[in-house]
Design a protein around this ligand. Structure first.
Ligand SMILES: [Zn+2]
Length: 304
């Protein structure tokens, strides 16, 4: 019964009018522009202001972070909890960007795009949870200091009740493109989540590319702790395939000598800029994440 009701709610939620889809994309472009900032302190301000504007209550968790390079440095994770119940689906995206020699990355692809997609997902799950209460919490953790060594995620998990966590979905590198990339290297415990993801890709006719080797992000903190976790990103189709080859093509990837996939020329550089941001793609990805989280909750409730 729960499944039927939720499926109906999910179906209704998927029917967006073209006008509202265009509005959402335009709003996201405006929101993305605010992320061009000179420091992570400013990015924190933008994040909390945008959460407030979206009506999403948040909690700030300060921690002692930093690494050998920075020395001790206070960090701040920002947590938004949707719904209530004894089981958590955790959704993570880091909001910090990389300080560069003589400047600061705009950090749009890495990782304002994912943060904005997660905010979209939170709003969507709030609507779904209100329409059809379901005893699961969606805990969005916007992490700090990922770029310093996954520090924010580690600090959050240290203080979290792990026994509540059924699944973790991480998003990193997502500001454009309709191809969803995902890692297949987060342990046996993540097999059920991979199945749910692949089913959703098939049912929605979304092109999803699985990476046996996928670059690390905050997901590694959770898989190292034995928790089931998915790590997702988006790109255009060609970029996703080039990246797949670079990481998984072995000795003869078919890429020309010295070829660096465009996304790796962009992130962690002055090339990760606002111009790359595509509101429509990020809106679509946000909806995809929300529906995936709901699907995983339903599967979990059914004992899957
Ligand atoms: Zn990143």
């Amino acid at each position: 019964m729960i499944r039927t009701l939720l499926s109906a709610a999910l179906g209704a939620a998927l029917v967006a009018t073209p006008a509202s889809a265009q509005d959402a994309a335009a709003d996201l472009e405006t929101a993305a522009a605010a992320w061009v900032q000179p420091s992570n302190a400013e990015r924190f301000r933008v994040l909390t202001e945008q959460l407030t504007a979206a009506g999403l209550d948040y909690e700030v968790q300060a921690f002692e972070g930093g690494n050998g390079r920075t020395g001790p440095l206070e960090g701040r994770n920002v947590v938004v909890t949707i719904g209530r119940g004894p089981v958590d689906i955790v959704l993570t995206a880091h909001y910090d960007a990389v300080p560069l020699e003589g400047g600061f990355s705009q950090g749009i692809v890495d990782n304002a795009g994912s943060v904005l997609a997660m905010m979209q997902a939170a709003v969507r799950l709030r609507e779904t949870s209100a329409a059809e209460p379901f005893p699961y919490r969606y805990v969005f953790v916007f992490t700090d200091q990922e770029e310093l060594g996954l520090i924010g995620a580690r600090k959050w998990l240290e203080s979290a009740d792990r026994s509540r966590i059924a699944a973790v979905i991480n998003a990193d590198v997502a500001a454009y493109g309709d191809t969803v990339m995902y890692g297949e290297n987060n342990g046996e415990q993540s097999a059920g989540l991979l199945r749910a993801l692949r089913l959703q890709c098939a049912e929605r006719a979304v092109t999803c590319v699985g990476f046996p080797v996928y670059p690390p992000s905050d997901d590694r903190v959770f898989s190292a702790a034995g928790l089931p976790v998915l790590s997702l990103g988006t790109q255009d189709a060609i970029g996703a395939h080039q990246m797949w080859l670079a990481f998984n093509g072995g000795e003869t990837p078919g890429l020309r000598e010295g070829f660096v996939p465009p996304v790796f020329q962009r992130i962690h550089s002055t090339g990760d800029v606002l111009d790359l941001f595509e509101g429509e793609d990020v809106a679509r990805f946000g909806a995809f994440i929300a529906d995936l989280a709901l699907r995983i909750a339903i599967d979990h409730a059914a004992g899957g």
